[in-house]
Design a protein around this ligand. Structure first.
Ligand code: PMP
Length: 454
């Protein structure tokens, strides 16, 4: 059988991203064969609702013919052009201009990457260059947030604050620092918005003092909503307060919008929800709806000009063979058109239905917390709501929950701490959302019946 031989080939040869290699060999791959709208079909012909849009990236949904046509047209006309040597291609220039026009404030300069990790990596290079240019090379310390995720490159993984990305890899570096997350459900100061914001500001101030003062700190990184840490939504005003504090101390503020960008929370960029204009911003995923790889770093006028003036006629030695790839850019332009032609609006409508439906599950004995914004949400499962006791780790609850949801015809993200994550395509119909909710409820009931998980 085809899928049996595929399972064997996969086991023998394909090294999967972020996987237990031995666990995966034992379980075998699940091959996804096709997709349409919010539905994927596996190699055995089973249809599932993709409640996670691949890896929070297929924002426009599967089977969008205009994206396929944009890629095809561009491949036929010009499959590749370098951006080196002063060369370029029309789609890359048009996409940069379209993004700059829509980005918050003066984020008018766009550097294209292949994805989110190299976008974050690029910010580190630009920021170091910037502070050298400013005559402040001692500003070489970087701060990010516990439970944050900023990619899996050697340097970016040190800004990431998830244990699996550190253990055995020699990161974080000693110039990479963390402050506690705003994580409202488990915050020692409780869930009051003002108290959480005050605690985060105090933690940032204390960390800056510990490092040696603001004149040592290059930049502070925040996701508008912490994604891979379990969809942790800060209180309203949190981003703005952190950004203002950084700005008052001369520290660059970086918004990592790799997940939240391109309609995930409603608008094109989530930091506009908070009235924040970062100094640099990273995006990827929804930029091309995951159809082809691409990421983008946005630089403010001031950051760009400082770097440009310092380099003068010399090259700023940072770039990739596939920076500003014309096929990815053509797809990005068409994805942007789709978002603005109705997908953003549909995402807002579908997101409201999703959030209302998830909140309706609050009374389920396992549901401790429901959180999210737009088409980005999570429910946190606990065995004791009063004490907020997590599901027993020894029972591998996330693997069980993922498998059970899958068997119920639903793809979710099951985070290690018993959190079910949702990031469906923005094209979801009411029926898609209702299927996600009904299959979630079924998965919860089955988990409740599972003696090992309780
Ligand atoms: N930053 C954030 C906030 C992310 O969520 C991710 C990926 N999930 C990345 C960076 C890295 O992106 P990529 O996997 O495309 O390298």
């Amino acid at each position: 059988m085809l899928s049996n031989s595929l399972i064997e080939l996969d086991r023998a040869h394909l090294v999967h991203p972020v996987a237990s290699y031995r666990g995966h060999e034992k379980a075998g791959v699940r091959v996804i064969a096709s997709g349409a709208g919010a539905t994927i079909t596996d190699a055995a012909g089973r249809r599932l609702v993709d409640g996670f849009a691949g890896l929070w990236c297929v924002n426009a949904g599967y089977g969008q013919q205009s994206l396929v046509e944009a890629a095809t047209r561009q491949m036929q006309e010009l499959p590749y052009a370098t951006g080196y040597f002063g060369l370029g291609s029309e789609p890359a220039i048009r996409l940069a201009a379209a993004l700059a026009e829509r980005a918050p404030g003066d984020l008018n300069h766009v550097f294209f990457t292949l994805g989110g990790s190299d976008a974050v990596d690029s910010t580190i290079r630009f920021i170091r260059y910037y502070w050298q240019a400013k005559g402040q090379p001692q500003r070489d310390q970087f701060i990010s947030i516990e439970q944050g995720y900023h990619g899996s490159s050697t340097v970016g993984a040190g800004l990431t604050a998830l244990p699996a990305f550190h253990a055995g890899f020699g990161v974080p570096f000693d110039w990479q620092h963390k402050i506690p997350s705003h994580y409202a459900y488990r915050n020692p100061v409780g869930d009051d918005a003002d108290a959480i914001i005050a605690a985060s500001l105090a933690a940032l101030d204390a960390k800056i003092v510990e490092i040696g003062g603001p004149e040592r700190v290059a930049a502070f990184y925040a996701e508008p909503i912490q994604g891979s840490g379990g969809v942790l939504v800060p209180p309203d005003g949190w981003m703005k307060a952190m950004c203002d504090r950084c700005r008052s101390l001369g520290i660059l503020f970086i918004a990592d919008e790799v997940i939240t960008g391109f309609g995930r929370t409603g608008p094109l960029f989530a930091c506009t929800d908070d009235g924040v204009v970062p100094d640099l911003m990273t995006t990827a995923k929804g930029l091309t709806s995951g159809y082809v790889p691409m990421g983008a770093v946005f630089l403010s006028d001031a950051v760009y000009a400082t770097i440009a003036d310092a380099a003068g006629t010399a090259a700023v030695g940072h770039g990739y063979t596939y920076s500003a790839h014309p096929v990815s850019a053509a797809v990005g332009l068409e994805a942007l058109r789709l978002y603005e032609d109705g997908l953003l609006a549909n995402g807002v409508k579908a997101g409201a239905r999703l959030m209302a439906g998830l909140h309706a599950l609050r009374d389920h004995p396992l549901v401790g917390d429901v959180r999210g914004r737009g088409m980005l949400a999570a429910i946190e499962l606990v065995v004791d709501k009063e004490r907020k006791t997590p599901l027993p780790a020894a029972a591998e609850p996330s693997r069980r929950i993922f498998d059970r949801a899958w068997d119920n015809g639903l793809v979710i993200r099951a985070f290690t701490n018993g959190v079910m994550g949702y990031a469906p395509p923005l094209c979801c119909t009411d029926d898609d959302i209702d299927a996600i909710l009904e299959r979630t409820a079924r998965t919860l009931d089955q988990t409740l019946e599972d003696p090992d998980v309780r």
